[in-house]
Ligand binder design. Structure first.
Ligand code: PAF
Length: 289
């Protein structure tokens, strides 16, 4: 028998009623914030919430304020009925899919900006992006009032921004980072991977390979980080990536660039392959995640 679809709620008022009813029953709630086009990475977050005994709420909202004027807001994949079916199949309980007007009613004038963590990596390449993310995630956390909210480590800078924002604003939801889910050849799952042509998809496998080898060399102290990063850049360019926004080793918590391993650090890359901007990161101390 097909799984019955998970209910979809589109108004804050109806969401509050459902959350209040669950709370009266003593239920725990887990939020999985997404922009839809759900893949195994998102479903791994749903499974984490379910494994914690929580009612799983997925938000599906393509947030216009986190896209720059020349970015892919219009083209971003929207496939709500497929998403709802996948979510229900995974055992999820409720879909929170507000309209843009419900999320940002006329007169909306409040924004959340997290400084410092957004100065580097994607920050300078996507002006306004993290303010859009922090604002919508603050709203989602306050709307759903979940016990935990689950985010993929693939968007590691976003995860750190959300952790900081929730801490600074005394939002009591626990923020949980979940390891990146990868294809067999190592490519990190992303809703944007569907933009890749067959040829680009083959070339994309070079990204995790170059990253893994660079992280191993950095961990082994084979050469100064600057040299390893230059080599990685050249290898990615040779594989057809470009422009390459950054290839960088940064502190895992402050996200400041580092040139040695006194604290946990990660290798971060953002690069375009054709029209698709791919980002990924891995820890330096191991080569998985
Ligand atoms: O990672 C995403 O899909 C989005 O940035 C998020 C966290 C749902 C906010 O719109």
């Amino acid at each position: 028998m097909p799984t019955p679809p998970a209910p979809i709620i589109r108004s804050v008022a109806a969401l509050r009623e459902q959350i209040a009813a669950w709370r009266r029953d003593g239920a725990k709630i887990g939020l999985i914030p997404t922009m839809g086009a759900l893949h195994e990475g998102h479903l791994s977050l749903v499974r984490r919430a379910l494994a914690a005994g929580e009612r799983a709420v997925v938000s599906i909202f393509v947030n216009p304020t986190q896209f720059g004027p020349n970015e892919d807001f219009g083209a971003y994949p929207r496939r709500e009925s497929e998403d709802v079916a996948k979510f229900a199949e995974a055992g999820g309980h409720l879909v929170w899919a507000p309209t843009v007007d419900e999320m940002y009613p006329a007169g909306f004038a409040t924004h959340v900006a997290v400084t410092g963590l957004t100065d580097g990596l994607c920050g300078p390449f996507r002006p306004g992006h993290f303010q859009g993310v922090a604002t919508v995630v603050a709203k989602l956390l306050l709307q759903v009032q979940a016990d935990h909210a689950y985010f993929g480590q693939k968007d590691y800078q976003q995860l750190q921004v959300v952790i900081r924002m929730a801490r600074d604003l005394d939002i009591p939801t626990g923020i949980i980072g979940v390891p990146t889910v990868r294809e067999a050849d190592g490519l990190a799952l992303s809703s944007r991977n569907i933009y890749l042509s067959a040829e680009e998809r083959r070339a994309a496998a070079q990204l995790p390979r170059v990253m893994r080898e660079t992280a191993q060399a950095a961990f082994a102290g084979e050469a100064p980080f600057a040299h390893l990063l230059e080599t990685a850049r050249a290898r990615l360019a040779a594989a057809g990536f470009g422009p390459i926004d950054y290839v960088s080793i940064n502190d895992a918590e402050t996200l400041a660039p580092v040139d040695g391993l006194t604290r946990p650090a990660r290798l971060f890359v953002a690069a375009r392959l054709g029209k698709t901007r791919l980002i990924d990161n891995i820890p330096i101390e191991t080569t998985t995640a």
